[in-house]
Write a protein that binds this ligand. Sequence first.
Ligand code: FDA
Length: 449
Amino acid sequence: MGITGRRDQEIYDLVGIGFGPSNLSLAIALEEHGAIAPQQPVRSHFFERQSTFGWHRNMLLPSTTMQISFLKDLATFRNPMSRFSFVSYLHAQNRLVQFVNNQDFFPTRQEFHQYLEWAATAFRDRVTYGTEVTSIRPVADGSGTPELLEIEVRTGDGATSTVTARNVVVSTGLVPRLPEGVTADDRVWHSSEFLGRFREQDPADLRSVAVVGAGQSAAEITRFLYDSLPHAEVSAVIPSYGYSVADDTPFANQVFDPGAVDEYYFGTEQGRDAFWRYHRNTNYSVVDADVIRALYQRVYDEQVRGVQRLHFRNLTRVSEVKRVENETQVTLRSVLDERTEELAVDALVFASGYDGLDPAHLLGDFDRHFLRDATGRHRVERDYRLVPSSGLACGVYLQGGTEHTHGLSSALLSNIAVRSGEIADSIVLRRAERELGRSRPLEEASSVA
Ligand code: FDA
């Protein structure tokens, strides 16, 4: 359903901005709330910029696997009986038995994507695709504690429209980051656009390629390019001395447990800092052991064969990127002795990471109404609501962008089922309190009468 038909007709309890896994998980939590309390459904709608559902499509490389167990799906940790669990999906595909025979906790990303698409299909009537939310502002009602928010949305053809809601849940995801001074073009890509860009090329034209970065995406792309371009020289430019392993052993993995959110949230500032420093190697600038081994195996095979087209440039950074006709010239600088070297490539991929979600650009002027901590980061309630500086009856919730308050799982899938349930509960509870607040004077009046 298009948005124009809805405009000004309905006040939603919740508008979700972005429909990736986080808000899909929220839609499921709301659906299941509706099943328990059908007389009080939460009126919700979601807006998604992409024209169809898609989860990091440009990184759905063959054989890449999930970095979480299949049980950390959209619903199971909140409701193991959910019909939207990964197990339920497998059952619907007639593949549950084979999945179990395969004895692997970590499905491929392609399979997990199919699962997410399958779940998203059930919410087609609650999502407007191809629509970008451009701003959120309070509806002035003269009360000083606005109850409603106006959300501006823009469709692909540039038309704008507004919808009204009591709460928004911002879940717009990570923002691709390129190093300063680097501009993307048809031969210089960020990993987030990798497959789309790669498919635009004639593979025969890619004789020399380089991948910059030390994390999971960098390693996966290096392996993919090496395997897909048997004629090409492939360089991996790594600021450290080779890839480091992602710690996913059981004790370390506890940092992603739902219970860890409380410990992090209610800890001291120093405690949170220490937590972060000790455990960032569970997720940042690290690579799964099987990908590291697969790449090392290729290096070793080359040594056995006496050839070399996979080049690891360790302790090296990119200091300049220049376009010279069809070629891209990269200046590499050694971290050890600052020596530089020129490399000509047909394609250069920056797996240089992402910035976290920041709602400020959507809030614009409205952002002034929310408190920030001493280092300028948004303050966030335990229920993921931004803390307003004065009474706001409406709510702005975040799914993502809360690593400083809720910990390492904020930008990941690990905790989305539980987090979405907590947000749904908060919205339902606050609605009940508001309705109670409204009805109390009447009840009191009638009891006096
Ligand atoms: P996500 O980014 O998925 O979705 C946000 C959506 O909002 C997008 O669809 C976007 O189009 C939309 N949007 C943005 N701005 C908008 C606007 N203004 N209006 C409307 N729509 C808008 N984590 C993990 O736990 N296990 C894993 O295995 C992986 N694997 C992984 C692989 C790769 C390649 C990446 C880049 C990341 C991961 N992650 C991960 C981490 C990743 O953040 C996580 O998997 C989810 O994408 C988080 O889901 P969200 O819905 O929060 O964001």
